[in-house]
Write a protein that binds this ligand. Structure first.
Ligand code: ATP
Ligand code: MG
Length: 426
């Protein structure tokens, strides 16, 4: 019986990889321009890392992690997101030395056992960035501007940046709001959707961003998170104002979304999400926010941090929906066709030389194949030129080069071949 990919996991086939590479390359150059350096952490981490960082009661940790015991017993999990791992690495490798800001990015697969649907997989990929070691609101501005530039650089143009502040644990800030909100909800439980009723009273926080109309009506009638943050005794209100001013000055458009909260416990103050048009229900291509207590929670110094993650599968879908992600027509490459045994040795020599010169090169292995079938293969591979090496050509020290785009062919002295083809593909 045929064995297929595991549910919710997808192969990214050669035809698609070119598009992924394009997006990743443009991202890397934007990230470099913003002063971010790449970090690569293991996909497997101690389960305790995510329990502590993301929060045990969150959907991600309580329901969506691939968790198993290593031989010998320790519980490990496939990473469901990157921030916890990057902050762990920041602490483990003492990256806070001299109080420097660590600007790190990671590109790689994440794993969550969610129900697969369009734009939702069990293995998906993120480009994520973290700026650790700074509590200043301008770090949030830089992170959000970076996100906007990454999306524009990838070719996405129809997206909306939603912005909110989720406050902090100060007794006059989010903590007070949550107490009042929990009290308020008690009388309205029957009007909530079953899922939100299940979130009461431990995860009332998530009820705020439920998209169902019934729940929205209830939350709109309750205490206002924005008002609490604005009037709290901590600096959350001022922080949020500075972020908004900074974004305006940077020319980044945003929309305040007072019900936006994130599903991970570690967020404080700034929270944001990017939604793209044409994606249906799974329309969030990126999300992020500030996480001021996280590094300390992981045993590190008391420093602030801010980060974001772009979902690459959803970004690809958004680019397709906007007609921006068409497969690129092949531009070059050479097929070395063989007309009998006598050309084999010369062919091996040329193929090596051409590849050295950076010319993508394919070679027929079976000399018994007809020229017609070899030309068909070159067409299928979308190559530009075919070099024909046969007995007659070898005797005369010439080769025939056929240009499949211009549909013409010419004969060249053999010693000019490499230089000619290297020029032709550039
Ligand atoms: P959603 O509300 O869509 O479940 P999320 O809030 O769980 O998203 P984050 O944890 O903030 O998402 O992850 C950041 C980004 O990663 C999302 O905006 C999305 O683009 C992408 N993402 C998250 N989960 C998945 C998934 N299961 N499949 C594909 N992409 C995902
Ligand atoms: Mg989710």
């Amino acid at each position: 019986m045929e064995i297929k990919t595991v549910r919710g996991m997808k192969d990214i086939l050669p035809g698609e990889v070119a598009r992924w590479e394009r997006v990743e390359q443009s991202a890397r150059s934007t990230l470099r321009a913003y002063g971010f350096e790449e970090i690569r952490t293991p996909v497997l981490e101690a389960t305790g890392l995510f329990e502590r960082a993301i929060g045990q009661a969150t959907d991600i940790v309580s329901k969506e992690m691939y968790t198993f015991n290593e031989r010998g017993g320790a519980s490990v999990s496939l990473r469901p997101e990157a921030t916890a791992s990057v902050c762990r690495a920041y602490v483990e490798h003492h990256m806070n030395s001299e109080g420097a800001l660590a600007k790190l990015y990671l590109i790689g697969p994440m794993f969550r056992t969610e129900r697969p649907q369009a734009g939702r997989q069990r293995q998906f990929h993120q480009i994520s960035a973290e700026a650790i070691g700074c509590a200043h609101p301008l770090a949030d501005v830089e992170m959000i501007t970076l996100l906007s530039d990454l999306l524009i650089g990838a070719g996405a143009d129809r997206f909306t940046l939603l912005l909110n502040s989720v406050g902090c644990g100060h007794e006059t800030c989010r903590a007070r709001f949550v107490t009042l909100f929990t009290q308020y909800l008690k009388a309205h439980l029957p009007s909530l959707c079953p899922e939100c009723r299940g979130r009461y009273p431990k995860r009332v926080w998530r009820i705020l961003d439920c998209k169902k109309e019934g729940c929205r009506k209830v939350t709109r009638g309750g205490p206002s998170l924005a008002e609490h943050i604005r009037t709290a005794a901590c600096d959350c209100g001022r922080h949020f104002e500075t972020v908004q001013k900074g974004l305006k000055a940077s020319g980044v458009a945003f929309q305040i979304e007072p019900c936006l909260v994130r599903g991970l416990d570690y967020y404080t103050k700034t929270a944001f999400e990017v939604v793209a048009q044409g994606l249906g229900a799974q329309d969030a291509v990126a999300a992020g926010g500030r996480y001021d207590g996280l590094v300390e929670l992981l045993g590190g110094p008391q420093v602030g941090g801010v980060g974001m993650a772009i979902g690459l599968e959803r970004l690809m879908l958004a680019l397709e929906a906007g007609g921006k992600n068409a497969a690129e027509e092949a531009k070059g490459g050479v097929y070395v066709a063989l007309l009998g045994e006598s050309g084999v040795e010369s062919a091996l020599h040329f193929v090596r030389k051409l590849r050295e010169g950076g010319v993508p090169c394919h070679m027929a292995f079976e000399t018994s194949r007809s020229l017609k079938s070899q030309l068909r293969e070159a067409d299928r591979l979308k190559l530009r030129s075919v070099v024909m090496l046969g007995e007659r050509e070898m005797e005369r020290q010439v080769v025939t080069v056929k240009d499949l785009v211009a549909r013409e062919q010419k004969e060249l002295p053999i010693r000019e071949l490499v230089a000619y083809l290297t020029r032709a593909v550039q």
